[in-house]
Ligand binder design. Sequence first.
Ligand code: ARG
Ligand code: GLU
Length: 674
Amino acid sequence: MKRTLLLFALLLATTFSAVADKGMWLPSLISSRIKDMKSKGFKLSAEDIYSVNQASLKDAVVLFDGGCTGEIVSEKGLLLTNHHCGYDAIQALSSVDHDYLTNGFWAMNHDEELYCPGLKVHILVRMEEVTERIAAGETKEQIIAKAEAEGIGYRAKVESMYYGNMAYLFIYREFSDVRLVGAPPTTIGKFGADNDNWIWPRHTGDFSVFRIYANENNEPAEYSASNKPYTPARHFQISTKGIKEGDFTMIYGFPGNTQEYITSDAVKYISELSDPLKIHFRTERLDIIGAAQAQSPKTRIQYAAKQANIANAWKKWQGEVKGINRLGTYNKKLAYEAKFRKENPEKAYLLDSLKAAYERNMEGYFNYELYSETLRGIELQQVVAIAKSEKLSDEQKQAAAELFYKDFDVNVDRQLAVAMLKEYEKYGTFISEELKALFAQHGGAEGYANWLYDNTSLSTLEGFNIESAKSDAMAEFAAAVAPIQQRIKAYTYRNFSNIPDIERWFRPYVKALMEWDKKRAFFPDANLTLRVAYGKVAGYEYADGEWHLPQTTLEGIIAKDNPEIYDYNVPQALRDAYATKDYGRWGVEMYGKYTVPVCFIATNHTTGGNSGSPVLNNKGELIGVNFDRTWLSTMSDIEFDETLCRNIICDIRYVLFVVDKVGGAGWLIEEMGL
Ligand code: ARG
Ligand code: GLU
């Protein structure tokens, strides 16, 4: 082992001792946390969580659709995730005639389960540190190629941890025959929609049910009618015993992106420039889409998933800015940096170098974000890319275009183009000569946008033609945008700090922090790799004198019931169950009433990607499905605060109640072993 690596390993060992609930830990290193976990009530061993020698809990956790988490709950590959994670798939299977979003969907046997084209899940085979292999000269590509050759359906990735101080290989099995088994109606799965999103108290039944299929040897395979339900190495046992304040909770999933170690400059960029502008752009887009959806049921379905995606981060960023200001994160970082400088004068140059690197890269990164939020949102340019694709056959191009137009309304896109081109004209400093010229020819961005939509013949599927698309006005626009894309390429990283020119200074800086700040719990920032976080069920003080309890019930759903408002129109089946108190085995006494538990909150450190993650009790049994954080928490990607930050979980008993009483799918309850 090289000396520097040894030193780094020692640092990890000594710093893995903090007691806060903060942190997202690598499962293969969880033995260094197990003492703390046990002191908080955890009953299992590190090997139960992650093992390469035997089946362990990790075999029941999946990366769902490349950005969410799911958990296997039966020996036949039955999978739970969030409704909002299955949303794209459910929407793609829906039409005005078969509106599974509005009405829900329940297969009553395997034959009724619906294949979801393009939907993939990944199950981790193992992870291992490859820092030394890379130091010894092996390339990432070589490591990946070797790993993928090990087994059928293997996909590998090498990810850096602690800004490149460590590297890990992750080997997954990739399954591409995944089928929809059940989904509650939107008025349960997305109950409260954007209004309640990021809010506690919450009453959303944010779950959906899928199944993984495999070939006759239980291996990953393309869709085939002859595929069989996948037999997992391990599935989660479900606990219906319920939870109470203070109970140990653990979450196992794929958090996407945190920025725990960024410096004050980056905090300022996020809270003063990036978030506020992105919020502003998205407000405009949401106003346009929302107005069109209110006019037409067809547009409402077509733009449902797009609208939800735009609205989600829009609201999150608002909470994030508030949270950063509330905690004084910028000033805290400044003070921390000043202390570091004072106590490590010989390393102060690292902060200077970081500052200079941020300055060098800021305009580029800003233009990248600006492009993503404005130009990229103009959807019609996608059909030009389809027509010009060198990978697709003509038949595939036609199919891709049909898929595109299914969820496209040219009047919405025109309005979006007018608004976003005007914004780009205002802020874009990486604008191309070509786009500038087009603006100039038509009296500015607005005139150009209108001209563009008056002159394109690609407005509808009927007008789409592979050959003429290549010379359409929209193709001219796409060509004018291409040089901008070319220029921002250097900045398209996970976040501002991952840009190589910045990261190269973060590497020695974070290492220096670890050598210096022995009391801090240094977890590697989230990067969509498998992590464990743990904490407890806990209420919190929402505002002065206002304590929020950790559990909601059916009473709250009925209290919000309003047939006039789409998002609060409780399904009749729930009203009926409430009226007759017909809760079957899912009814409980709570807050002095006979009711059904719905959601709860805990102190688990989570972020986007943790959606759908299994939330487990101290015995590793499934007690809920994670789906959100509270609005006061969303700054936890940058600063986690245990007194405020809470993740929001759909109680497994509500999931089962809905499957049983609303879906009438008792066969699934039985399959889950209950
Ligand atoms: N806030 C949750 C998450 O970040 C749920 C989002 C889905 N719901 C919505 N209304 N967009 O994914
Ligand atoms: N809903 C988020 C997701 O899609 C999880 C909430 C969060 O950001 O914590 O992953």
